[in-house]
Design a binder for this molecule. Sequence first.
Ligand code: GUN
Ligand code: FE
Length: 420
Amino acid sequence: MQTFALKGNVIYTAHRGKLELYPQSYLVCEAGKVAGVFRQLPDRWQGIPVEDHGDKLILPGLIDLHVHASQYAYRGLGMDMELLDWLECNAFPEESRFADLGYAERAYAIFTDALLHSATTRACIFATLHRPATLELMKQLENAGLPCYVGKVNMDRNSPDTLRETTGQSLSETRYWLEESKAFSKVKPMLTPRFIPSCTDELMAGLGSLQREFGAAMQSHLSENLSEIRWVSELCPNTRFYGEAYAQAGLFGGSCPTVMAHCVWSGEEERALMKKNGVFIAHCPQSNINVSSGIAPIKNYLDEGQKVGLGSDVAGGAHLSIFRAMTDAIQSSKLRWRLVDQETPALTLPDAFYMATKGGGEFFGKVGSFEPGYEFDAVVMDDSSLPTTRDCTLEERLERVVYLSDGSPCAKYAAGRRLF
Ligand code: GUN
Ligand code: FE
């Protein structure tokens, strides 16, 4: 793989709360990894190709820790409902259509094109319970060069006939899919029990066995909405808190790399176990507002040392942009401070940028920063389309891109490869 450099205004964060700002500097890529950021190109790299991006901003590729590819085509519809009604009226009927592989090909082509042209380089993605359609999505992402995790969803109860497997089918299809997924080099499979109301204890135990056999990662939903949490406590009387239902199957962090979306209402015991087991929290602020789930205490999670990234949660969230998720996270934290908890200050731009890059990126390994040794994932943002009379600092320019841009980069790199 070729050694090269990007030149421009480089911004990243290595520590939450602090932006690293390098005006007119060189970001060097060696063997697909970041070699460093330098104000002058060091002697040893004189003569390497330099892609000069002029006065544009060069940022780490953004991370979407939670998105439903199968819901992308109807984002922005049916938003006047709470979670459980929204699932029944919108998500389940749409996902049922992915039994038709031709439909899935068309829908996933729209999603993959949108993800490719966004500032997101890596994502944890829900497909549907259909194995062939899930493999089609993985193929499209692999061809686009996006190193994502994708999950074939598991559902064997409390779902319509058109979107439910038997326990045996769910497990055998998942095993077959894990085997077939070995054909991909960039895209990886991730176990995806939809949430506890959709999965029997027997299914969860079987997925736990598959996790240990294949060493797979896992994603699901946790403590999103009060009616959902009440329902889980009825379905699982032998648990003290929601997360324990995953933990009993061995699917809650520790040796099982885990992303849990939402965690709006996680109590003390759940938080302690998430922290102990290194469970990643996917904060999905827009979805939490749209389906009236609440405002997650993200500043507290960060301060207590939880691992937190951002999720678009399309189509609970209407927008795929993680820049938008950053502003939604900041804005909803201000409402939480004003209306719920005056002891905890709101999130700041550097907090949100951290979650969108290094915070979520950690789930993928050394991802989301320009420190040496990190995967070379980068996006180039042109803010000349946001004219101003002000003479802005780099930090101010980043803030305007986050709040105002449509989120489309003019160049994008993943694992050292230019995607466009
Ligand atoms: N919980 C279970 N399924 C879903 C889903 O598709 N979206 C959201 N936001 N929450 C869920
Ligand atoms: Fe979700």
